[in-house]
Design a protein around this ligand. Structure first.
Ligand code: FA5
Ligand code: MG
Length: 412
């Protein structure tokens, strides 16, 4: 077993996603468990909390940004989550060796396609289609840890606003003295092609917009702070954190769009800003939802609480779900090319949503054989009932067998 290469879960040489066929190749690592989530469309499901919160966000933009009685921002919610590597990475100037491209972080469909890892993947095509101001919401996929706030699928809202010089400088006393672009130097506060006034006015417009959005969602007295950040597709860049129940939580990333990206999308006479925010994080705070798995629950106890609610209603979630935990550890020798995310995916495939958390609690190298051993603690908890020890043992055994067969580990 020890020398066996990880086998791919797909036996046929194509996989079907949303009615389209994709060839399986050496990069394919999207598991059946993950592919089973594609098309669930939670964000378009009436009365689902993710739909309610997107409607709140949309309503804020519609009432705040109006031109001659019409909303400036259009909203899009049906873009296909299968995108090209080009859309997800290259169009956004993500370097070829950037960590986010690693198969241990990303779900690849094959050498051309992948499950989008962020909604920014659509920025370029949306601008190219002629849009200057838009929101888009969708499911995004990342290979990641397992705990109450991480799930391999979550939802983002992307926002983009582009300005012509006329629009950006409309409130300046002498607009003719200002220009969007210059041949200058890149610094902490601006890109080489932007004038300082362009960068500063865009920053101001962006930050006011997002601060007001957060206040519209969480109340006027919300405590917030801006933190400098880095993204390959914006400069300068920031993250917005809000203070909620005693801790600071990152809600979104944003920045001034790299002009190269805007130019390549065919809008070289404009400059603009973009942001991407996590819907689950907002919804968990807004509705006091304790566990990210609940968004995927088909249990009426969860969904019932949002039934007949509109996006304007205050909702406090009544936690129905704190059934007792069962804890089991698993130890095994790992093969050369093993990453913990391989194991997390396997656990999800085998256990569905029965596992609340997995932690790597011990790692050591055998001094003689040079082999490495990992020990993981698996916390089992059902959202809707108490699990028996027998049920847990059965799933735990399946995880052991699956890990040995599919990942080539040797259980100790
Ligand atoms: C991005 O995804 C960038 N595309 C955001 C962006 C857009 C920046 C446009 C600049 C311009 P990041 O990986 O930080 O960045 O994710 C953005 C937000 O998604 C986070 O602030 C958080 O709210 C949410 N998020 C990220 N990872 C997770 C996760 N594992 N679970 C739940 N929410 C997450
Ligand atoms: Mg971030």
């Amino acid at each position: 077993l020890q020398s066996q290469k990880p086998s791919r879960p797909n036996l046929s040489n194509t996989i079907e996603i949303l009615g389209k066929s994709y060839l399986v190749d050496h990069l394919t690592n999207a598991t059946p468990a993950i592919l089973g989530k594609v098309g669930r469309n939670l964000h378009n499901t009436p009365n689902h909390p993710l739909n309610l919160i997107f409607k709140r966000i949309e309503a804020f933009f519609h009432r705040t940004y109006v031109k001659r009685g019409n909303p400036i921002f259009s909203a899009h919610s049906n873009l296909c989550p299968v995108v090209t590597h080009e859309q997800n990475f290259d169009s956004l100037l993500v370097p070829k060796d950037h960590v986010s491209r690693s198969p241990s972080d990303t779900y690849y469909v094959n050498s051309a396609h992948m499950l989008r890892a962020h909604t920014s993947a659509h920025q370029q095509e949306m601008i190219r289609s002629g849009l200057d101001s838009f929101l888009l919401v969708g499911d995004v996929y990342r290979r990641d840890a397992i705990d109450a706030t991480h799930y391999p699928v979550f939802h983002q809202v992307e926002g983009v606003r582009l300005f012509s010089d006329f629009q950006l400088f409309s409130k300046v006393s002498d607009p003719s003295s200002c220009s969007l672009f210059e041949k200058g130097r890149r610094g902490d506060d601006k890109q080489e092609t932007h004038t300082l006034e362009t960068s500063k006015l865009l920053e101001h417009d962006l930050k006011i917009c997002l601060e007001n959005l957060m206040r519209a969602l969480f109340g006027q007295n919300l405590e917030m702070k801006w933190v400098d950040a880095y993204f390959p597709f914006t400069h300068p860049s920031w993250e917005l954190e809000i203070f909620h129940k005693g801790e600071w939580i990152e809600m979104l990333g944003c920045g001034i769009m790299e002009q190269k990206l805007v130019d390549s999308a065919g809008a070289s006479d404009k400059a603009g800003w973009a942001f991407g925010l996590g819907l689950e994080r907002l919804a968990m705070k807004l509705y006091s939802i304790p566990d990210i798995r609940l968004f995927w629950s088909s249990d009426s106890g969860f969904l019932h609480q949002f039934k007949n609610k509109t996006f304007e209603d205050e909702i406090v979630f009544k936690a129905v779900s704190k059934f007792p935990q069962c804890v089991n550890d698993i130890s095994f020798w790992i093969p050369e090319d093993f990453t913990p995310n391989d194991f997390y995916d396997l656990v999800r495939s085998v256990s569905g949503d029965l596992v609340e958390q997995v932690d790597l609690i011990d790692e050591f190298r055998h001094p003689k054989t040079g082999r490495t051993s990992h020990c993981y603690r698996i916390v089992y908890r059902h959202m809707e009932k108490t699990l028996t020890q027998d049920e847990v043992n059965e799933v735990h055994k399946d995880i052991e067998i699956g890990a040995a067969q599919q990942l080539g580990v040797e259980v100790r």
